[in-house]
Every structure is written in structure tokens, then in C-alpha cells.
Ligand binder design. Structure first.
Ligand code: ADP
Length: 626
């Protein structure tokens, strides 16, 4: 077509448009910002198409300076997205922009109209019917398009108002490409704010594959100052697109800082490069957490061909992995994905399963081949890994060999290693402490006998232990004060003696005639007696406390009385002395028994005010006897 026979035309976008515009406006309300993503990614597509034509040899081209420019002009109230991609001819403008090809769209819209649609549902129609361009009408009352095709055709100018009436005329444009000019409506002036636009570009366009420049017309340099050289706002070759073997640790850390603004170094990362048929890439980071109570909420950003789609899509990455931080680029998913689409998509579940596999494989391979580094990060990842195991049996099955136990002496062993070294002394039992300080007495008893004690002192541990026991019923976890381990005594688990006189005496001083008293011959002679509370009763009590707390109580009282056992050590010299005194000097015997009982209570819990008073008085009496 030549310039002479170009006719100015007018038209309506289509009959359906009358229905569609108000709906686009209404439905997209919550997610208005995406219009910029849609326009910039259309521009990037136009560039990609041109690049492809050159690479296919269909057109000639050399080193093209492809670029997208977003220009904000507050005075004329316009926001313009320009590109030097393939451009459109007059016919193409009518075909692509003047006509919303909506075969089933009306049905769809009628079906969903009136439903309260969330952002995801909205994005669903937009993507489904190729309405991306029309999202411009969420913020503009007039949209102007000036385009010149790479083909030899005149430039065209298409201008359309929010009612869908357009006018098509000859346009003017220096070179190939398209300008989309939004005349921002009076209600949407926030889209004329530089920081708002810059934020949106950073969010959605940081990694788009064509250089993007942001120009603000009122950014004129002060007199005498030179305008800064414009720099693209995006990184066109994000790290995830590179081969893992080409990336250095410094690059991974730099990328992490840039994307997540987290200046604490990540612990380690996983670069996923899944080929056909999954065809997705990504980098997942294990963030460094301050402490166990810091909210474990990460951020996994989903991209489509380097265009940001959404954060934390739990259909694509299991919810328990969302404490990771990272990026995933899934070009197989449509740019505008809806939750319901994702939920029932087999591709998505395969991606999700692949991620689970990659994360668990990373843990096991680090545990096997880089044990020192793995032990170094274990304390930081423990809660996360254990939680993941509890949430997903498959994850547990894959990662179980990488579960470590930290021992009281600072060493780390796998569960299998623990059980192996426990074989001789306490087969299939994992002894643990839930508080190294308050259980120090028991810890040292175990350590002196060379028995390993695991530190399981995190909130999650009590549930984790139960999960482990349910997965392998042969193995039991016992807190070190649950009973006296056979390995700590001279004659294994057997009670060495019965002593009715002393039992009666201890019951009297404890003011508890049901107190269970056991006599065992501890290898360690220095400890005259200790209190134990069976693992089951303690767990039951903890559960009741938790329940009470969750239901508004203080969690201090228990419905079940604590059933402690007083274990008297028959190898302690004080035991022999007590036996002697019980016959010869009942008063002294009682004084000593009371003191022994109180001391054993003290190593279990705090004394009550009354108990403390008695304990102090008893101590002074004893001092007086020296
Ligand atoms: P979609 O991008 O999903 O196809 P859009 O409504 O966003 O739907 O765009 C419709 C069509 O208009 C595009 O497929 C493309 O052919 C054309 N188009 C839009 N923007 C541009 C542009 N900047 N340069 C060239 N063509 C464009």
C-alpha cells in the first residue's frame, strides 16, 4: 500500500467490547499494576519476533540496538511504552487491536460476571483471551498506538477511547516499532508518579530480555549539570538462564542481594535447569535466619520468559518450601496463570515434584560430600528440613539420610549413625535433652558413661520425634530423664534391691505416699538419687499444656498428676550411710532423706516457695551438724 490511498477509518472494536471494557475495569481493579507488565512484555515480544526474523534469514539485519523505552510525561499526562520491534501494518493493527477475537469469551464472561473474582481469576481471562493490551484501559481513558512495521508500509496511528471507538489514520514514526501512549485518566493519576512507575518496572520487568529505559520528562538536569547517561533498568541475562557451571558463588550471592534485598548471605543454593519435557529453570536459596522465632517466610518469584508473574505460587512450589527464596522461570506456563488452572495442571505438579526432588537431593548430596559445610548450616536449616519432612512423606523419604542430630558435645551425626553407635548400649533408643542447661545433671551422667545425647530443643522437635517414631516404630526417642538407661547402671535394667524402710522414709519426706521409689546401681557413685518421669507421661503432660495454652489457659496446670519416680543410687556412699542411719538415728536419716529428695527435685524443676523455705532450713540444719 502506498501513502496516497491510505484512508482514515473509524470503527468500534467489536460488539463484545461494550461488555468487556467495564469488566476489565472492574475485575482487574485489584491488580491494576499489571497493565505495564502486559505492555512492556508485548514490546519485548515484538523485539523477539524481529530478532527471530533476522535469525531465520527472512530479513536482513545486523547489530540492532533493540530497546524499550518507558516515558513518563506528567505535563501531558501520558505514559508511553515504545519499542523498536517488528511494528504493525495498518491491517495488523485492525486485526490485533481493533478486534478482540473472542469466540468463547462472552460465554465465559457471562458465566463469571457477578462472581467476586480474585486477582488470579482475573488474570485468567486476560491471559486466556489475549486481552493483555486492553489492560491499558484500566488506567487510561484514551490509548494511542503509533506503529511502523518492519515491512515497507506507512506508519499508522490508532487512537481508541474507553468506549471502544477508535480512529485509524496515517501516523508518523521515524523508524520501525511501536509506541503505545496511555492518556492516563484523572482517577488514576498515581500512574503519573515516577516512583510508582519505577517500582512497577522493578517488580515486573527487572529481567526482561530486552533493554528497558525509563525516561521521566521532568527529569531535566539543573543548569550546568550534565544529564546522567541513561542505563537500562533491567538485567537481560539473569543468572538463572546461565549454565550452573558458569556461575560463581559471588554471582549467586550478588543476585540474591539484588533480588531479595537481604544482606545476610544465603546459606546455599540450588540451581535448577530442567530440560525437556519440564523445561524450567530457577535458583532456590536457603536464607540465613536470625533465630527460630523469626518468621519463616521466604519468597519464590515465578517468571514466564523472564517476565515476573507472581510471588509464592503454592501450586508450583509446595507450601513447605516457601520459606526458601528464589526465582523460577516456567516458560511452559501461560503468562497469566489462574490458580484454578494451576491446581489441575499435571505439568505444574510435575514441576512441583521436581523441585522437591532437587531440594532433597541437594541436602543428601551436601551431607554426603560436603559434610563440614552441611554441619555448619544444619542448625539454621534444621527447623525447615524437619518441618518439610513432617509435611510431606515423599520429602522425608528422599531426605531422611540427611537428617542430623546435634549431640551435647557439639558433634553432628545422622540418625543412622546415632543408632549404629547406640547398638551396644541402648539399641533403637535415641536419648535426647530438650534443654541442655536445666538437664545438665543428666547430661553429664550420660557423657561420663560415653553415651551420646542428642539436643532436640526446638519447638518443632516434640512433633518431629513423634513423626520419626511413627515412620519407624522400632526406634524410640527418650528424654534423658525419662528413665535410668541400662547403660548407666552396673547391672543393666534390673533393679538392684528393694528397701521398704527407705521407701517409706522417702514417701514421708516427699509428702507423697504414692511416690514410686526404685533402687538402681548407677556406675556413677557421686549421685545419690534422681527423679525420672516416663517419656509417655511427660509427652502427655506437654500435650495437655499446649492444649490448655491454645485454649486460652496459662498452660501451667495439668489434669494429670506428674508421676515421678525417685531412683535411689545404691552405689552412692550416701545410700549406705542412709541405710545405717535409718536403723540408728531416725531424725538424722529423715533430714538427709529430705535433703536428697529436694536436690533431686531441684534438678528437674524449680522448687515452689514452700519447698524452697524447707530446703533452706534443712540445709542450715545439716550445716549445723558438721
Ligand atoms: P497477546 O499479547 O496475548 O497476544 P495482546 O492483546 O496483548 O494479546 O496483543 C494482541 C496482539 O497485538 C499481539 O499478539 C501482537 O500481535 C500485537 N501487539 C501488541 N503490542 C505490540 C507491539 N508493541 N508491537 C507489535 N505488535 C504488538
Amino acid at each position: 500500500m502506498n501513502q496516497e490511498n491510505f484512508q482514515t477509518r473509524q470503527g468500534d472494536i467489536s460488539v463484545e467490547t461494550a461488555h468487556i471494557f467495564p469488566i476489565i475495569k472492574k475485575w482487574l481493579y485489584s491488580e491494576k499494576d499489571i497493565f505495564l507488565r502486559e505492555l512492556v512484555s508485548n514490546a519485548a515480544d515484538a523485539v523477539t519476533k524481529h530478532r527471530r526474523l533476522i535469525s531465520l534469514g527472512e530479513i536482513e539485519g545486523g547489530d540492532e540496538d533493540y530497546r524499550i523505552t518507558v516515558t513518563l510525561d506528567k505535563v501531558s499526562k501520558t505514559l508511553t511504552v515504545s519499542d523498536n520491534g517488528i511494528g504493525m501494518t495498518e491491517d495488523e493493527v485492525i486485526r490485533y487491536l481493533g478486534n478482540i477475537a473472542l469466540s468463547g469469551a462472552l460465554d465465559f464472561i457471562q458465566k463469571y460476571e457477578g462472581e467476586q473474582s480474585g486477582a488470579a481469576g482475573t488474570a485468567g481471562i486476560i491471559g486466556h483471551f489475549g486481552l493483555g493490551f486492553y489492560s491499558a484501559f484500566m488506567v487510561a481513558d484514551t490509548v494511542e498506538v503509533i506503529s511502523k512495521s518492519y515491512q515497507d508500509a506507512p506508519a499508522v496511528r490508532w487512537i481508541c477511547n474507553a468506549d471502544g471507538n477508535y480512529e485509524l489514520a496515517m501516523g508518523e514514526r521515524d523508524g520501525r516499532g511501536t509506541d503505545i501512549i496511555l492518556h492516563v485518566s484523572d482517577e488514576e493519576t498515581e500512574y503519573l508518579e515516577k516512583f510508582k512507575i519505577r517500582d512497577m518496572l522493578d517488580k515486573y520487568c527487572s529481567f526482561m530480555p530486552t533493554d528497558i529505559y525509563f525516561v521521566c520528562e521532568d527529569d531535566t538536569p539543573a543548569e550546568g549539570e550534565e544529564a546522567p547517561t541513561p542505563a537500562p533498568i533491567n538485567d537481560t541475562t539473569p543468572l538463572w538462564q546461565k549454565a550452573p557451571s558458569e556461575c560463581t558463588p559471588e554471582e549467586y550471592k550478588e543476585f540474591y542481594r539484588k533480588v531479595f534485598h537481604d544482606y545476610r548471605e544465603p546459606l546455599f543454593w540450588i540451581h535448577i535447569n530442567a530440560d525437556y519435557p519440564l523445561n524450567f529453570r530457577g535458583i532456590l536459596y536457603f536464607p540465613r535466619l536470625g533465630n527460630e522465632y523469626e518468621s519463616i517466610e521466604g519468597q519464590v518469584k515465578l517468571y514466564y520468559h523472564q517476565v515476573f508473574v507472581a510471588d509464592n505460587i503454592k501450586e508450583v512450589i509446595p507450601e513447605y518450601l516457601l520459606m526458601l527464596k528464589g526465582v523460577l522461570d516456567c516458560p511452559e506456563l501461560p503468562l497469566n496463570v489462574s490458580r484454578s488452572y494451576l491446581q489441575n495442571n499435571t505439568y505444574v505438579s510435575k514441576v512441583s515434584a521436581h523441585i522437591v526432588k532437587k531440594v532433597s537431593d541437594k541436602l543428601t548430596s551436601m551431607c554426603d560430600t560436603d559434610r563440614e559445610a552441611y554441619e555448619g548450616v544444619w542448625d539454621s536449616i534444621k527447623t525447615f528440613v524437619e518441618y518439610a519432612c513432617m509435611r510431606d512423606r515423599k520429602f522425608y523419604d528422599r531426605a531422611k539420610d540427611a537428617l542430623l542430630l546435634k549431640l551435647t558435645d557439639g558433634r553432628y551425626v545422622t540418625h543412622a549413625q546415632y543408632l549404629e553407635s547406640a547398638k551396644e548400649t541402648h539399641e533403637n533408643v535415641v536419648y535426647y535433652t530438650s534443654d541442655v542447661e536445666s538437664q545438665a545433671q543428666y547430661v553429664s551422667l550420660f557423657e561420663r558413661e560415653g553415651l551420646e545425647v542428642a539436643v532436640l530443643d526446638k519447638l518443632i522437635d516434640s512433633q518431629f520425634i513423634q513423626m520419626m517414631e511413627s515412620y519407624d516404630s522400632a526406634v524410640k526417642y527418650k528424654r534423658i530423664d525419662a528413665d535410668v538407661a541400662g547403660a548407666l547402671t552396673k547391672d543393666g535394667d534390673a533393679d538392684s534391691v528393694e528397701n521398704e524402710v527407705l521407701t517409706a522414709l522417702f514417701r514421708r519426706v516427699a509428702d507423697n505416699d504414692k511416690l514410686e521409689v526404685k533402687y538402681q546401681s548407677l556406675k556413677d557413685e557421686s549421685l545419690p538419687a534422681m527423679l525420672t518421669l516416663s517419656e509417655e507421661s511427660r509427652r502427655m503432660e506437654e500435650m495437655m499444656k499446649l492444649y490448655a495454652m491454645q485454649n486460652g489457659g496459662l498452660g501451667g496446670t495439668s489434669m494429670f498428676p506428674q508421676e515421678y519416680t525417685l531412683v535411689v543410687n545404691t552405689t552412692a556412699p550416701l545410700y549406705a550411710r542412709l541405710c545405717e542411719l535409718a536403723d540408728s538415728d531416725a531424725d538424722r536419716a529423715e533430714l538427709i532423706a529430705r535433703q536428697i529428695y529436694r536436690l533431686s527435685v531441684l534438678s528437674q524443676r524449680k522448687l515452689t516457695a514452700d519447698e524452697l523455705k524447707q530446703f533452706l532450713a534443712g540445709s542450715f540444719d545439716l550445716l549445723g551438724m558438721l
